[in-house]
Design a binder for this molecule. Structure first.
Ligand SMILES: NC(=O)c1ccc[n+]([C@@H]2O[C@H](COP(=O)([O-])OP(=O)(O)OC[C@H]3O[C@@H](n4cnc5c(N)ncnc54)[C@H](OP(=O)(O)O)[C@@H]3O)[C@@H](O)[C@H]2O)c1
Length: 160
């Protein structure tokens, strides 16, 4: 699967590596470019911009907090403007309910699909594919979301 991944911090870098190991074609973007380039040896493609990371069937974001997510999603050239209709955004950051609802509304208006998939566990668990992930999104997406995270435990999927 063609996957975009934005946010290569302690959690995100480990998760992106697992996607690469699982054979997905992963395009990575990180504000600090050096962290993205560190994954080139593992065959990731480094996106030139946030928009450039939005060309796959699915985009995962693992950003620090509300401010980081708002900047990347709603900013000029952000993913909200760049994701094609029908694409899925899986937000894995720990963010407020208010922002999650705003994301859901914005993606719906643009014909994109929003899912949230919060991971419980430390970076070591992410590296080992042992996060406990609580995913929520429209029913038709749950085939793709667990497939992406299938090395982790996705035991509880709820539908909005
Ligand atoms: N660490 C844990 O044990 C843990 C466990 C469960 C859930 N979480 C959640 O997972 C998320 C990521 O955690 P983490 O530990 O991976 O955090 P982290 O190591 O601090 O990484 C944060 C990521 O967000 C990016 N970022 C921060 N501010 C930004 C901004 N204004 N614009 C664009 N990018 C920005 C950082 O880019 P730069 O590299 O450029 O700084 C980095 O890629 C958080 O929501 C956290 O609460 C963490």
């Amino acid at each position: 699967m063609d996957v975009g991944f934005i946010g290569l911090g302690n959690m995100g870098a480990a998760m992106a590596r697992n996607l690469l190991k699982a054979g997905h074609r992963v395009t990575v973007y990180n504000r600090t470019r050096a962290k993205a380039e560190a994954l080139v040896a593992e065959v990731a493609r480094v996106a030139e911009s946030v928009a450039d990371a939005c060309r796959g069937e699915i985009l995962l974001t693992m950003l620090a907090d509300d401010a980081a997510v708002e900047g990347v999603i709603f900013g000029n050239g952000g993913t909200g403007q760049s994701l094609p209709a029908g694409s899925i955004h899986v937000s894995m950051s720990t963010i407020s309910v208010a922002l999650s609802e705003r994301l859901w509304r914005m993606h719906k208006e643009r014909g994109q699909i929003y899912a949230t998939a919060c991971g419980f566990g430390r970076p070591a668990a992410a590296a080992e594919g042992k996060l406990f992930i609580v995913a929520a999104g429209p029913p038709r997406d749950d085939r793709k979301v667990p497939a992406i995270a299938r090395r982790d435990r996705t035991e509880d999927v709820r539908h909005q």
